[in-house]
Write a protein that binds this ligand. Structure first.
Ligand SMILES: [Zn+2]
Length: 146
């Protein structure tokens, strides 16, 4: 029987609302607010497995170390975007310090957004390894445990 009553949730929606990549429904983090408490414990407080499809999130010991590269890439992309916007709105000139004001501005924004980047990079990273499965409620989730 085809499960038409459960449409496939949108990829970007599930990404930005930080859902499990396998069912795109279950929350990956226990609290939706990364800023509730500015401690690593709160920022990275995840469910061990998806509350909906039971996909394990921490696929192997040390799995999340790879998120450092994702986070780096995300911040680079983000900085390129703020630089482009800065050029368009404020402008860049060799004759004044506007480019340094962008550096300061971008640095402050990246620091403020850091909790969000840390979470988002985990979501993106897990998406590299776990794909959407429309039979998420019937089949067993992916794991690296043998
Ligand atoms: Zn799930």
């Amino acid at each position: 029987m085809e499960d038409d009553k459960q449409p496939k949730p949108n990829y970007l929606w599930s990404l930005f609302t930080m859902r499990c990549p396998r069912c795109r429904r279950g929350d990956m983090f226990k609290s939706n607010n990364a800023y509730k408490k500015l401690s690593l414990h709160n920022i990275l407080d995840m469910h061990d497995e998806c509350p909906i499809c039971h996909q394990k999130f921490d696929l192997e010991p040390g799995f999340w170390y790879g998120t450092g590269y994702v986070s780096y890439g995300l911040v680079l992309i983000f900085s390129a975007i703020t630089f482009a916007l800065w050029c368009l709105i404020v402008g860049i000139s060799m004759n004044d310090n506007r480019v340094f004001w962008w550096l300061l501005f971008n640095g402050v924004v990246v620091i403020i957004l850091q909790p969000w980047f840390m979470r988002f990079s985990r979501v993106v990273y897990l998406n590299f390894f776990v794909k959407y499965n429309k039979n998420y409620d019937k089949e067993k989730g992916k794991t690296f445990d043998y």
